[in-house]
Design a protein around this ligand. Structure first.
Ligand SMILES: [Ca+2]
Ligand SMILES: [Ca+2]
Length: 144
């Protein structure tokens, strides 16, 4: 084998070893510091009468319950109730769902929206980091 090819092969081995040294275990890349990461999803729109379903997921240590810090923004007259429930992960759960019911009335009206802002929580007892996007808005379409 020509000397240049041998040197190139040796260099490639060094590069591969270096890349492995910098590769992060999967569970480290999924957390920021020691706080768990929380993310959520929601449909872009629903029709009045359907629930607006927000699905939250967390990574990291699942052994404790984790309460979420949420802000709500509403536009239009679609809600069954203004009282929004607490949302939390039970111990051992990686996923939890917030389902906000809407009313199928008979009033023609403009489309509205339900927005949820997932806030950071720095401090004990249950700190976590929200993962972008931290604000999701579901359009509520009128059907009258
Ligand atoms: Ca209706
Ligand atoms: Ca309506």
């Amino acid at each position: 084998m020509p000397a240049q090819v041998t040197r190139l092969a040796a260099l490639l081995v060094v590069v591969v070893i270096a890349m492995e040294a910098f590769a992060l275990p999967a569970d480290v890349s999924a957390t920021t510091g020691d706080r768990p990461l929380v993310s959520f999803t929601a449909p872009g729109s629903i029709t009045e009468g359907e629930p607006a379903v927000f699905t939250f997921r967390r990574t990291g240590d699942l052994s404790d319950e984790l309460y979420l810090n949420l802000d709500f923004y509403f536009e239009g007259e679609f809600l069954q109730t203004d009282e929004m429930p607490e949302v939390w992960f039970a111990a051992g759960e990686a996923e939890t769902v917030l389902s906000i019911p809407t009313v199928d009335d008979s009033t023609p009206e403009p489309d509205g929206s339900i927005g949820v802002h997932l806030q950071l929580r720095y401090f004990d007892p249950e700190p976590y980091d929200p993962q972008a996007p931290v604000y999701l808005q579901v359009t509520v379409r009128d059907n009258d």
